[in-house]
Design a binder for this molecule. Sequence first.
Ligand code: NAD
Length: 320
Amino acid sequence: MKKALVTGAGGFIGSHLVKRLKKEGYWVRGVDLKYPEFSKTQADDFVIGDLREQQVVRKIADSPFDEVYQLAADMGGAGYIFTGEHDADVMHNSATINLNMLEQCRLAKVKKIFYSSSACMYPAYNQEDPANPKCAEDSAYPAAPDSEYGWEKLFSERLYLAYNRNYGMKVHIARFHNIFGPEGTWRGGKEKAPAAICRKVAEAKDGGKIEIWGDGKQTRSFLYIDECLEGVRRLMAFDFSGPVNIGSEEMVTINGLAKMIIDISGKGLSIKNITGPTGVRGRNSDNRLLRQKLGWAPSLKLKDGLTITYKWIESQNNIL
Ligand code: NAD
């Protein structure tokens, strides 16, 4: 039986990944500061621990796991990473986790390690035209991410690649583009646009208004969680380190996203654009390298993933 270690297993993507690995027959250890919020973990062993602490990392990565998935990070949506208020924590906490994890995985002779980078590492100057953002993997330099979160991701990508180069460790790096789905944070300040808008729509009374940050013309693409995991599993099966985009190419404006969610709800709601943190003007996944290297790319329609997500958020007890 293959053994996998998932760090960040109490979070959104990590908790779904544990379920997927269990379905595939793995023995799984999960680690996080907290248990998953919305369903019981399926990990065989779940350790509550702080990965900034070296002694914790030594204990949890204590053997040559076949696969390690390093998803733990101090992160959140635009309301968390673009205000500047959490910059020191974001950089210090996530960089420390990655430094500790990689070194311990080297000592424990881990066979393969996956690292979740983010599209936030792409330079802001390539994302000023909302209709035509450039996010090909080789457009990363000269580096100019628009957030400290993006700078930390870029640093850690380089760290993983350096361990690959100097120690021959097998690393696989994906740049995720806005992953969403059920059992993701939907309130409290760390939620991202799809979940935040689903919540606002679910809470709104028919005929009312929902508030959207910025002028709503900023563009993004959003990838449903199942497709994200499919990409991760495929990347781990290939002899390719990346970094590679794992995202959708179905680009929408944020107001367009809100309209889609309003349609799904069946309510008569209008949009009120207000001042708020928005990030770059445009961003879309560029899946050419993904297709070329993995012979695969996501295909689920945004509306289908949003329908499932909206229903899940609407079903959470404290709404309405
Ligand atoms: P998440 O916040 O739900 O999960 C991250 C988990 O890491 C949390 O459960 C958190 O408690 C844990 N963590 C943070 N600090 C820790 C510490 N010191 N010790 C132990 N655990 C700690 O986020 P997610 O959406 O599941 O994202 C997973 C990974 O994917 C992150 O690295 C994130 O940066 C990356 N990513 C996500 C997206 C997205 O759209 N969700 C996009 C790009 C990149």
